[in-house]
Design a protein around this ligand. Structure first.
Ligand code: NAP
Ligand code: ZN
Length: 349
């Protein structure tokens, strides 16, 4: 089936309207009419060729919500009309240890929602800046929020799970002091989620203008990361800091804020590397530095259900498809509160 999409023909060109094809619904497939798709900073990194290996045409988008329009003959847990989401994963090997553990995100054969090898035309996956998508049932999540919140649910599919997963992995909760670095799409969700888990939350920002917002999002304290004085006041005190920043910077500034056995988790994925941190900042106090990539499918469903139960959604600005390019520029300037979400009905305008 041919559907409307928005994508780029090269890293130097703006995104534009294009027609793409979606496969017929197989026995285990679900066809989804996409209602909204969030704009993740990863979309910009990939479509502009900042990360290596971009295939063109590239249609980004992995924060997809919509309604099931048809299902394959073997699909039992979903039916036409259901509200669903699709995040960053549309396939995996389904038989390795990682898949068995529900950690499809770490499967060597994980197929990302865009720019990953596919047997569908054109030979790689095309993402959610499109009217429809066809996905194997295993990777389709149920949305239990009220339908009028659907647009604000979209960013949970990447920004939500990417912060939820390390928060759970490192046991965020009451009695824990958690830092969230960067108040963007991921960071604002990290603040909301860590707060809902009962942790003491400190937001780190480079933007003085976000101070008030951070508190409204659930931060107990807000630190301007450019202020040496404000940073020093938190030395050796954190259990966990999640760093969402999309650009290279000095990690030492955050490592020294960890207490003994504290952990700095990198989720931001800049196009060029951070300067290597000082080894002594790890040796002293047995600190750890690690990374985390999105989350597995069962954990993504758990996160969606947790958010539905706690009334958590993303703070969004809904845009038309023809505003995607200008939204990329605004995202680069940090001028979004806090996620752009494309109204998919405007793709055909
Ligand atoms: P975003 O909305 O642009 O937010 C990034 C935030 O980082 C900004 O709002 C800003 O917050 C802070 N920042 C400080 N200095 C910056 C600089 N020089 N350039 C850019 N940002 C700066 O991006 P996002 O969608 O949250 O994504 C953040 C990063 O995570 C991206 O690299 C993305 O590719 C990556 N990502 C990783 C995963 C994963 O699985 N690990 C999943 C999704 C996205 P303040 O104004 O508060 O300082
Ligand atoms: Zn993303």
């Amino acid at each position: 089936m041919i559907v409307k999409a928005y994508g780029a023909h090269s890293g130097e060109q703006p995104l534009q309207s294009m027609d793409i094809s979606r496969r017929e619904v197989g026995a285990h497939d679900v066809r989804i009419d996409i209602a909204y798709c969030g704009i993740c900073h990863s979309d910009l990194h990939q479509v502009r060729g900042e990360w290596p290996g971009t295939h063109y045409p590239c249609v980004p988008g992995h924060e997809i919500v919509g309604r099931v329009s048809s299902v394959g003959v073997h699909v039992e847990h979903l039916k036409a009309g259901d509200l669903v989401g699709v995040g960053c994963i549309v396939d995996s090997c389904k038989q390795c240890d990682d898949c068995d553990a529900g950690l499809e995100n770490y499967c060597d054969a994980m197929t990302g929602t865009y720019n990953f090898p596919s047997t569908d035309a054109p030979g790689w996956t095309l993402g959610g800046y499109s009217e429809q998508v066809v996905v194997h049932e295993r990777y389709v999540l149920k949305v239990r929020h009220p339908e009028d919140q659907l647009a604000s649910v979209a960013p949970l599919l990447c920004a939500g799970i990417t912060t939820y997963s390390p928060l759970r992995h490192w046991n965020a909760g009451p009695g824990k002091k958690i830092g969230i670095v960067g108040i963007g799409g991921l960071g604002h969700m990290g603040i909301k989620l860590a707060h809902a888990m009962g942790a003491h939350v400190v937001a780190f920002t480079t933007s003085e203008s976000k101070r008030e917002d951070a508190r409204a999002l659930g931060a107990d304290e807000v630190v301007l990361s450019s202020s040496a004085e404000e940073m020093a006041a938190h030395a050796k005190s954190f259990d966990l800091i999640i760093n969402t920043v999309a650009a290279p910077h000095d990690l030492n500034a955050f490592l020294v804020l960890l207490k003994r056995d504290g952990n700095l988790t990198l989720v931001g994925a800049p196009a060029s590397p951070h300067p290597s941190p000082e080894v002594f900042n790890l040796i002293f106090k047995r600190r750890s530095l690690n990374g985390s990539m999105i989350g597995g499918i069962p954990e993504t469903q758990e996160m969606l259900d947790f958010c539905a139960e706690h009334g958590i959604v993303s703070d969004i600005e809904v845009i038309r498809a023809d505003q995607i390019n200008s939204s990329f520029e605004r995202m680069l300037k940090g001028d979004v509160k806090y996620r752009f979400v494309i109204d998919s009905s405007t793709l055909a305008d």
